[in-house]
Design a protein around this ligand. Sequence first.
Ligand SMILES: NC(=O)c1ccc[n+]([C@@H]2O[C@H](COP(=O)([O-])OP(=O)(O)OC[C@H]3O[C@@H](n4cnc5c(N)ncnc54)[C@H](OP(=O)(O)O)[C@@H]3O)[C@@H](O)[C@H]2O)c1
Length: 330
Amino acid sequence: MTKSPRLPRAIGASGLTSSPLGLGCASLSGSYGPSDETNALAVLREAFSRGVTMFDTSDKYGNGHNEELLARAFSGHRNEVVVASKFGNMAGKDGKIADNSPQTMIASCEASLKRLKSDVIDLYYIHRIDPAVPIEDTIGAMARLVEQGKVRALGICEVNPATLRRAHSVHPIAAIQSEYSILYRQEAEEVLQTTRELGIAFVAYAPLGRGLLTGAVQPGSLGEKDERLRHPRFSAENLPKNLELVDAIRAVADKRGSTPGQVSLAWLLAQGEDIIPIPGTKTMSRLIENIDAASIILSEDEIGFIAKSIPPDAAAGLRYRAEHMKNMYL
Ligand SMILES: NC(=O)c1ccc[n+]([C@@H]2O[C@H](COP(=O)([O-])OP(=O)(O)OC[C@H]3O[C@@H](n4cnc5c(N)ncnc54)[C@H](OP(=O)(O)O)[C@@H]3O)[C@@H](O)[C@H]2O)c1
């Protein structure tokens, strides 16, 4: 079993903790092209046996398939893992991006509990902010789920500092989950000032820049069912520019005998004890490679070199397509 020199990380003030790196499970239900279920279960169980304790899912991933997968993988071990799920991301269905109404939230939670075959969701996030519903109403309703024991702690994805403060004034928010990597860190660095003031953990999604920071995605390498084809960072124009940025990470990795992906994760882990990156993979060897990254302690020089070589505004292409950026960081 791989041993990380890093201690578990607190999930805000909730009393829950996570291994330094959690596992993002979305791609195990097809978000980046087809996924084999037997392999997915093996990946989840291997992660658990190597000390990963937080598993990130959503009712949106595979339309519920992902939650069912977690239930199967951790049958008999439910109390040994932190299951984080989400609701409210309509992804444009019926013309709506988000639905945060209390009724939808309550029904979504019940459906997730059924799929998870569990009485409780450890960490329950709003997946996308719905400007039509005051955040106080949604968090107020979520707080009642905490009182009823159906949810242990609350989280919000893609939230800005002002909305986060409003939410936290209704019920303690344990974690936010937003995109955070060396490549895309402007909003993360801004909201971190507020999460730190309020004692909230930062769960960093897409910590490998959706695979870009590993150097493994090359022009023409994405399959036709891979949703990353729609992301500006991978466009024919932007991908070569972004791959040039990875050279600085590779330079540090080569000197250490590690990989660019590992150095990218170690860099994020070094940004603070409150950061919990959740890299995703459906490949066993990459899972092990990523978990081993928690053992890499970068020097101040290495951390500074990477930050200077890849300034916060260096990425070519927005995080999402322009029409979707409107729904982020609200
Ligand atoms: N809250 C939100 O709105 C939101 C949005 C996006 C994601 N998320 C969460 O964040 C998790 C992680 O994000 P993500 O999967 O989008 O991005 P990511 O973790 O940055 O990158 C995942 C991609 O990198 C590849 N990869 C992983 N390890 C690798 C390695 N060592 N070498 C080469 N390639 C490697 C994977 O390929 P293979 O699978 O082929 O190995 C996959 O295509 C998701 O699973 C989800 O739980 C949340």
